[in-house]
Ligand binder design. Structure first.
Ligand SMILES: Cc1cc2ncn([C@H]3O[C@H](COP(=O)(O)O)[C@@H](O)[C@H]3O)c2cc1C
Ligand SMILES: O=C(O)c1cccnc1
Length: 342
């Protein structure tokens, strides 16, 4: 225990103990860079100098968006349900990255358009067959939004792992995420709107025009109002899952642009959830930069990816495992008999 000048014992805080544990490992101070700050965050969250990071589950929330009918995506709405089947069949990018990194994967139908898909592995939490078009009307009712938050919390509670990753699938959800983020932050829509699945210049101008008109439908909104007016079922459900994960002091692994919009909503509903969030990658989607700045977040990876599904979070999972293992398995100068600097 450190001593003061007058030889009075000073109570070492957990944060101090974690820092000391890292700083006495056999390496120059700070030499593991961002892995050290990641380890610090995980250790603080778990309340220990010996954090555990062994298992992770990715939950992919899928839902459709009425705003897709305004022509804001390069792909048709039917792709959402088709991709949900692809996830269930194991053929999507998220499935491949999950297998490579030994991460469990589950798929939740939060409200895909059309008839419900029956599949034994599908977790059905349907709020409705897609949201209403928020150009003309609220995307969902306040009740539906609250139900989505609750379902998300339930899904998170049932998922195993010290860290939970969240992904999404929903044609037009970059438009939804931009509109929601605009209402939550007041940032200009032009800073939040991007090409999504690959809009050309004319498509991008149209998307910005549609979202500008949709945003003008309402004035200033509380987070509760904003999630009902402009949310997507999968985005609100993901925010509920993130909140529950944070409440349980488990790591929330935040993926790309859409997942970051859900994380933003979560922090606006419960600010303390921010401490559990690890921002995994910086998406190539134009609006991600502004959203990350609003959350004071600096993601671990930048790979020019712009897919969603949780793919960026999956690639960051080995970094979380390495950070925790560094704390528990790496020798200290004293234990290894290595001479520290004077
Ligand atoms: C085949 C395919 C697979 C995907 N996987 C994720 N997304 C991503 O693209 C969509 C968002 O982009 P936008 O707002 O432009 O529609 C979301 O479904 C997102 O998860 C996909 C999109 C497509 C077409
Ligand atoms: O970063 C994302 O989440 C993203 C970007 C483009 C399309 N779909 C998802």
């Amino acid at each position: 225990m450190p001593l003061t000048d007058r030889n009075q014992p000073v109570t070492e805080t957990l944060a101090d103990a974690i820092r000391r544990t890292i700083d006495t490992k056999t390496k120059p101070l700070g030499a593991l860079g961002r892995i050290e700050t990641l380890a610090e965050q995980i250790a603080l969250l778990q309340g220990t100098t010996a954090p555990v990071m062994q298992a992770c589950t990715l939950t992919i929330f899928a839902a459709d968006h009425g705003i897709a009918h305004a022509g804001v995506s390069a792909f048709p709405q039917v792709v959402t349900g088709q991709m949900m089947l692809n996830f269930l069949g194991g053929g999507a990018a998220a499935n491949v990255f999950a297998r490579v990194n030994d991460v469990a994967l589950q798929v939740v139908d939060a409200g895909v358009a059309g008839e419900p898909i029956a599949h034994p592995a599908l977790v059905s939490r349907r709020i409705g067959p897609g949201t209403a078009n928020f150009l003309d009307a609220p995307a969902m009712s306040p009740d539906e939004a609250r139900t989505a938050l609750g379902h998300g919390a339930e899904v998170a509670r049932a998922a195993s792992g010290e860290a939970l990753a969240f992904g999404e699938m929903g044609i037009a959800n970059t438009a939804t995420a931009a509109a929601l983020a605009h209402k939550l932050t007041g940032l200009p829509l032009a800073d939040l709107v991007g090409r999504g699945t690959g809009l050309d210049d004319a498509g991008l101008r149209h998307k910005l025009d549609v979202l500008t008109r949709a945003a003008a439908r309402t004035g200033a909104l509380t987070p509760e109002q904003a999630m009902a007016e402009y949310g997507g079922f999968e985005i609100v459900m993901m925010a509920g899952a993130m909140l529950e994960t944070a409440r349980a002091s488990r790591v929330v692994m935040v993926d790309g642009f859409i997942a970051t919009a859900a994380a933003l909503l979560a922090t606006r509903l419960e600010p303390e959830s921010r401490r559990a969030m690890v921002f995994c990658h910086k998406s190539h989607e134009a609006g991600h930069r502004a959203l990350l700045a609003a959350l004071d977040a600096d993601p671990l990876l930048e790979l020019d990816m712009r897919l969603g599904e949780g793919t960026g979070a999956l690639l960051a999972w080995p970094l979380l495992k390495a950070a925790a293992a560094m704390m528990t398995d790496m020798a200290s100068f004293e234990a290894a008999g290595v001479t520290n600097r004077d």
